[in-house]
Design a protein around this ligand. Structure first.
Ligand code: ADP
Ligand code: NI
Length: 221
């Protein structure tokens, strides 16, 4: 049995994810994963975590997002488990990484269906949430909306602030609504000190973006 170092395993995982996400939607591609990975490393500096678990979970968290698999949220964990098993990663580490992938999603927090929590999950979740905010978050939201042929904005369709998890997953609302249904809620859901700090600036940017958006929409600026 080959004994790979943690660094070698992380590098192999990066290669694997890069290949796997070669044709992914622009907001959920390898560069999203890389930003989440970098955010996670940064946040980890002020947290007590197993860095190896954080790195693997950040790299594998969107390997097969259920949004792109007809809502099936078992595909990602399965691919991740088989991949890590093939590299002889310790089984306790594998199980922890899988738990993180299974529980990281925003839609899990909607009806409190999150059954697992760990410091490592908190770090990767904050890293992923940060990438849904600010200038990058705005770009990703509109890219996803375009990918799904959604309207940019429709003043006749109000945001729905108490959707069930199923309703959230099935929503076809305009992309501006997604700001109120998710993006602007993230700031108060951050888990870590560094996450909270970085979220402040990104949140403020989204608010000023929306202000300008409505001003232009109404022909006022
Ligand atoms: P979920 O919100 O289901 O947990 P993700 O966190 O993976 O899914 O969503 C990642 C990103 O995909 C969001 O931050 C956003 O940029 C984009 N996205 C998801 N759903 C929508 C939507 N309804 N409208 C616009 N963008 C969306
Ligand atoms: Ni993600």
């Amino acid at each position: 049995m080959s004994m790979k170092t943690d660094t070698a395993i992380v590098l192999k995982t990066q290669e694997f994810v890069k290949l796997k996400l070669a044709n992914a939607e622009g907001g959920h591609d390898w560069f999203h994963t890389l930003r989440v990975y970098n955010n996670a490393l940064r946040i980890s500096k002020t947290e007590q975590v197993n860095l190896f678990v954080v790195e693997l979970a950040a790299l594998l968290h969107d390997i097969a997002d259920s949004k792109f698999y007809n809502g099936d949220d078992t595909v990602g964990p399965k691919i991740a488990r088989e991949f890590l098993f093939s590299l002889n990663v310790d089984s306790l580490i594998i199980e922890h990484v899988i738990r993180i992938i299974e529980n990281i999603s925003f839609n899990k927090s909607i009806d409190n269906s999150t059954l697992f929590v760990s410091e490592e999950l908190k770090v990767v979740q904050d890293a992923d949430r940060l990438d849904a905010m600010g200038a990058i978050g705005i770009a990703r939201a509109f890219n996803y909306g375009g990918y799904k042929n959604r309207a940019i904005h429709n003043p006749d369709i109000r945001p729905n602030l108490d959707m069930s998890r199923a309703e959230y997953k099935a929503s076809t609302a305009p992309t501006i609504n997604h700001f109120y249904e998710k993006l602007l809620l993230l700031k108060n859901q951050m888990n870590t000190r560094t996450g909270k700090l970085l979220a402040e600036g990104r949140h403020a940017f989204m608010e000023s973006y929306l202000k300008q958006f409505y001003s232009e929409w109404q022909g006022k600026s």
